[in-house]
Design a protein around this ligand. Structure first.
Ligand code: ZN
Length: 77
């Protein structure tokens, strides 16, 4: 698991909870606004940024920090 340079929330500066965002079946992507998922799940969406790791049996997972105060999640790509 990689680490951000700091575990402090960039909005409120409180300590965030370390964890991950997961998908049980598919790779996770960030997509630009208006982007569409490709017809085939194994293709990268246009302009998409793959996040974290992917395994055919366990799905996708990316390290993430969660701020309970702000209700925000920070993901390092
Ligand atoms: Zn915060």
């Amino acid at each position: 698991m990689s680490l951000l340079r700091t575990d402090k929330c960039p909005y409120c500066e409180r300590v965030m909870k370390r964890g991950s965002v997961v998908s049980t079946r598919h790779r996770l992507y960030w997509m630009p606004e208006g982007g569409k998922m490709p017809s085939f799940a194994w293709n990268t969406p246009k302009g998409g940024v793959p996040l974290g790791t992917y395994d055919i049996f366990t799905g996708g997972e990316v390290d993430a920090y969660y701020c309970e105060e702000c209700g925000k999640i920070v993901i390092e790509v």
